[in-house]
Design a protein around this ligand. Structure first.
Ligand SMILES: [Cu+2]
Length: 136
């Protein structure tokens, strides 16, 4: 097997193992494509709670001010998680999935009203938090 084939095999396996990985595709390629085409469909982000992280890395989410992004939160752990976004200054739409048991999911949207850096987090686990960066 050539080195190139090995690399392709590793990439393919990574996609199968990390179910939430399509979110990265949406963040990069799909987002760019939709911007170029001016597509009407709403961009989406999938955050999968697994082993007490979101998508394994608590990825940074980038949004444009006043452009809603669909957010789907899935709990694939045995323990309960939630996802909250809170900003008392009103810079971003607050989100609270309420406690999700294993296997449950919640559909929401990320809508930033002002540029800035916000946070999404699980109220049960201090390590489960990531940034939301909103730009004009
Ligand atoms: Cu949690």
């Amino acid at each position: 097997m050539s080195v190139r084939n090995n690399v392709i095999a590793v990439v393919a396996i990574s996609f199968i193992v990390v179910g939430g990985l399509w979110a990265y595709g949406n963040l990069s390629k799909e987002g760019e494509r939709q911007k170029e085409e001016g597509a009407l469909s709403v961009e989406g982000i999938l955050l999968v709670a697994q082993r007490s992280t979101f998508n394994g890395t608590n990825p940074e989410i980038r949004v444009s001010v006043n452009v809603p992004k669909k957010l789907v939160v899935v709990n694939e752990d045995a323990v309960t998680h939630d996802l909250q976004i809170k900003d008392s200054a009103g810079g971003i739409l607050n989100v609270n999935t309420a406690p999700l048991k294993g296997g449950q999911h919640f559909n929401a949207a990320i809508v930033a009203y002002k540029p800035g850096t916000y946070e999404y987090f699980c109220s049960f686990h201090p390590g489960m938090r990531g940034k939301i960066v909103a730009e004009n």
